[in-house]
Design a protein around this ligand. Structure first.
Ligand code: KG4
Ligand code: ZN
Length: 336
């Protein structure tokens, strides 16, 4: 097959991104415009602000992605876009832009799942081998996904309440850290001690689901109690103790699920995949308990939201000719 180029667009949350991807595995460009600075003063993503930024940025970001890849729309074989899950107003901007381009240039349109994108981001590192298990951890998701073959997803476990990244960000806010607190807390955790021994919810339960809201409340109560009593509280120790609890549960359940499913590959995906504590603990656990399984961890640039990952996932759909029609709509609650 001759080389295929996909122009991919991602706008599900607070990153406006466009990428040109060759054959699903080679990044010719991946432009990501983060809106974090605009949302910081609100302590979280404000959907209306996010949509407005997407509208203002998207045309320029798409042009930049084509320019950097040194291609024009005439060279592109298909236009892929994140259909969901995400914020409806944000998704709609990407979907509208993709539909307009597909229509104007008479290219096939591909509707791609954001979570599938996070998983396929690993395809830039090495080919996916099946069966595999992916731990997807982000600001909106914490899921264990089993893939018996390419394009087939089975949710083995998921969070029953908060996503891991959401818990990081909420605790970060109580500690007075800038939004999103995940990255800073990860750095702080490496300078503190796990002296609080926060609960590891559901770790012993016979399922692969997660729960982080009890842990989050326990951490926040500890901070509030100390403040009320004017007691000294070391935020580095709080971060280290919280991170130890999150990482313990994520690693324990992932290893157990990988063993039960007898997978060949284990993938880490999503914004929280950037977490140093999680990367190290999972690497050690796989070496110790599943030496025959190959663990793939994406580089930091591919952990957070980006359009390259959408182009990687879309390539599988392209090969199957799984195209969307021009009445495509955003699907904020889309599952895998
Ligand atoms: O995948 P992503 O960019 O957006 C969503 O789809 O949610 O993930 C963003 C999340 C945020 O909650 C952020 O705090 C978290 O990933 N995050 C981290 C780290 N870097 C980003 N959480 C823990 N440790 C990190 N190093
Ligand atoms: Zn994401």
């Amino acid at each position: 097959m001759r080389d295929r180029l996909i122009l991919a667009i991602e706008s599900s949350c607070d990153e406006t991104s466009a990428a040109v991807i060759k054959n699903g595995t080679e990044i010719l460009s991946n432009i990501v415009a983060s809106q974090i600075k605009s949302h910081m003063r609100f302590g979280g993503v404000v959907p209306e602000v996010a949509s407005r930024h997407h509208v203002e940025q998207i045309t320029q970001i798409i042009e930049l992605s084509l320019e950097e890849a040194a291609v024009t729309m005439a060279d592109v074989d298909a236009v892929a876009v994140t259909e969901g899950p995400g914020l409806v107003g944000s998704l709609l901007i990407g979907v509208s832009a993709a539909k307009a381009l597909a229509f104007a240039h008479q290219k096939p349109l591909i509707a791609t799942n954001h979570i599938a994108g996070h998983i396929y981001a690993n395809q830039f590192i090495e080919p996916l081998v099946f069966p595999l298990l992916a731990l997807v951890v982000s600001g909106g998701h914490t899921e264990l996904i089993y893939m018996p073959e390419d394009g087939v997803f089975e949710v083995v476990g998921e969070t029953r309440d908060d996503a891991a990244g959401e818990a990081y960000d909420k605790i970060g806010r109580v500690l007075g850290l800038p939004y999103p607190g995940g990255k800073v807390m990860d750095e702080m955790a490496h300078q503190g001690q796990d002296c609080y021994h926060f609960p590891r919810a559901m770790i012993k339960e016979d399922n692969y689901d997660f729960s982080f809201s009890g842990l989050k409340s326990s951490v926040i109560n500890t901070i509030h109690n100390a403040r009320q009593k004017n007691e000294e509280l070391d935020p580095y120790n709080v971060a280290a103790s919280f991170q130890a609890a999150v990482v313990d549960v994520l690693v324990d359940k992932t290893i157990r699920a990988a063993k039960e499913k007898n997978v060949k590959k284990l993938l880490l995906a999503g914004g929280v995949a950037a977490n140093k504590g999680l990367r190290t603990a999972l690497t050690t656990a796989v070496e110790r308990e599943l030496p025959e399984v190959s663990l793939v961890i994406p580089p930091l640039s591919l952990c957070g939201d980006n359009a390259a990952m959408i182009g990687a996932a879309a390539f599988y759909q392209y090969k199957k000719q799984d195209f969307a029609s021009l009445d495509l709509n955003a699907r904020p609650g889309l599952g895998l």
